[in-house]
Design a protein around this ligand. Sequence first.
Ligand SMILES: [Zn+2]
Length: 94
Amino acid sequence: MTLRRDLLSYLSHEPRSVSRLARELRLPRAEVEDALRHMTRSARAAGHRIVVVPARCRSCGFTFGEDKLSKPGRCPQCRESRIFEPQVGIERAN
Ligand SMILES: [Zn+2]
């Protein structure tokens, strides 16, 4: 629960990627992704707005869907694996 609250406050200051959160919170990426999924769901329910800057291929510019919060492995268009990570932020309702 504390982790989700931390995520909410981190992300309402500035959008961040899962990698950056994992680094800052010193947690495995999988754990951050999991907490993030739960947190965005309850944040939405509480009326906050989730802002996602979608992942983008560095090579061809292909933009991934906003539903993807973690870094995709490969670009479906050009097969490149160099991809900008998605950034997740929160605009608080209050
Ligand atoms: Zn590409």
